[in-house]
Design a protein around this ligand. Structure first.
Ligand SMILES: Cc1cc2nc3c(=O)[nH]c(=O)nc-3n(C[C@H](O)[C@H](O)[C@H](O)COP(=O)(O)O)c2cc1C
Length: 220
């Protein structure tokens, strides 16, 4: 599979075949925690980030700040932060739920060859505040959009992404020594997946199935 594609300068026509393949992409995107350790080509990681930043953003503010975490000591720090947060989360469950939670694999921090932290820059002047005066949280939502774009782009290249939120964001901020105005939105494990499946990991391990009809609920 080629990494780069030339952007087209005429509006593309997306045909039925493309739409079916796009639906496959949506359906086969998974949150991945079981990674093969083989490295990803740096050019591929760059490509995924280049696609991620095509995401929409409030006021066109582009507030995403991605950090590639390579340093073994910093990675170790993040793993320890996860272990602490995960133990605290486990303590909030009881009985069978606790036993089930303890069996879940909730991050790929042990093996993922690439780790990316996505921050929002709350101090950015880009976008001149458009849309943020009424809904300041849209700055962070913009970063979530970029993460999702990255997730889909990765899947299209056969690469898995796992989002780890069982982390104290302040601890990650300290470990990565990023500017004060940056706030953690997502910590991502990236690499080739060990397995591919249509059902979410949490569904196949009995934690939470997809809810029937959980899309459009009301008509007004
Ligand atoms: C904001 C966000 C945070 C998440 N944090 C975690 C996490 O800490 N650990 C984990 O195993 N999965 C995490 N996930 C992945 C979800 O568990 C997963 O998306 C969900 O179970 C549906 O599975 P799918 O993404 O494969 O469709 C997170 C997903 C999102 C959107």
């Amino acid at each position: 599979m080629s990494i780069a594609a030339e952007p087209v300068s005429v509006p593309p026509r997306f045909d039925g075949d493309f739409r079916r393949r796009l639906e496959d992409l949506y359906r086969w995107r998974r949150d991945v925690r079981r990674f093969r350790t083989e490295p990803l080509e740096p050019a591929l990681v760059d490509r995924l980030l280049a696609l991620a930043v095509l995401a929409p953003s409030v006021g066109n503010s582009q507030p995403w700040r991605f950090v590639k975490v390579d340093d073994p000591l910093r990675r170790q720090g993040v793993r320890e932060a996860f272990a602490r947060a995960n133990a605290a989360a486990l303590a909030t469950f009881h009985g069978d739920r606790a036993a089930l939670y303890a069996r879940l694999k909730l991050s790929g921090l042990d093996r993922a060859p690439v780790q990316l932290a996505a921050f929002v820059d709350d101090a950015t002047g880009a976008g001149h505040g458009l849309g943020r005066q009424t809904m300041p949280e849209t700055l962070a939502y913009s970063v979530v959009g970029a993460v999702h774009a990255l997730w889909l782009a990765a899947r299209a290249h056969g690469v898995g992404v796992g989002w780890v939120s069982i982390l104290d964001p302040d601890a990650v901020h300290r470990i990565l020594e990023v500017p004060d105005s940056w706030r953690l939105i997502a910590y991502l494990c990236v690499g080739y997946p060990e397995e591919e499946h249509l059902d979410p990991e949490l569904e196949r391990h009995g934690w939470q199935a997809r809810l029937a009809g959980s899309g459009w609920l009301l008509q007004r």
